[in-house]
Design a protein around this ligand. Structure first.
Ligand code: TYD
Length: 133
């Protein structure tokens, strides 16, 4: 089974342009408790390098593009997020890295929980141990 759970977001378009509306527990399979976005990422910078114990997230590149690498401890897959109607759902114990941000990239993240540093696994060796329990 692929690690990449892509969601095709419903576009409400007319002759003025496009609009996407996302409602928690309707368009997205969780309550949205937190929203953050990453932008102005410097050239050559990669981010992430962690897993979450208990967090669901939907990632959307609302401008530009970037690569998201997902790793479940057995295999790795990379997806290029390049369109505002392309959502990437990440849940479960998955290591994630973000690479190759375009200069205009704005990566929007909808999250199921408030920020909680204790939910993070930031050491890859610890992550691998957790996946092999
Ligand atoms: P960091 O985890 O390094 O970001 P990334 O995973 O994208 O590389 O987060 C950078 C800083 O921002 C760190 O001090 C934690 C803080 N932060 C919050 O305060 N709230 C949040 O929702 C997030 C995602 C990060």
């Amino acid at each position: 089974m692929s690690l990449i759970n892509e969601q095709s977001l419903k576009v409400i378009g007319d002759d003025r342009g496009q609009l996407i509306a996302l409602e928690g527990n309707k368009d997205i399979p969780f309550d949205i408790k937190r929203v953050y976005y990453i932008y102005g990422t410097q050239s050559g910078v990669a981010r992430g390098f962690h897993a979450h114990r208990n967090l669901k997230q939907l990632l959307i590149c609302v401008s530009g593009n970037c690569d998201i690498l997902l790793d479940d401890g057995h295999s790795k897959e990379t997806v290029n997020l390049k369109s505002p109607d392309q959502g990437l759902l990440i849940e479960g114990l998955v290591w994630r890295e973000m690479h190759n941000f375009s200069e205009d990239c704005v990566l929007l993240v909808l999250a199921s929980e408030y920020y909680d540093e204790s939910d993070y696994i930031r050491c890859y060796d610890d992550y691998l141990k957790q996946t092999r329990k």
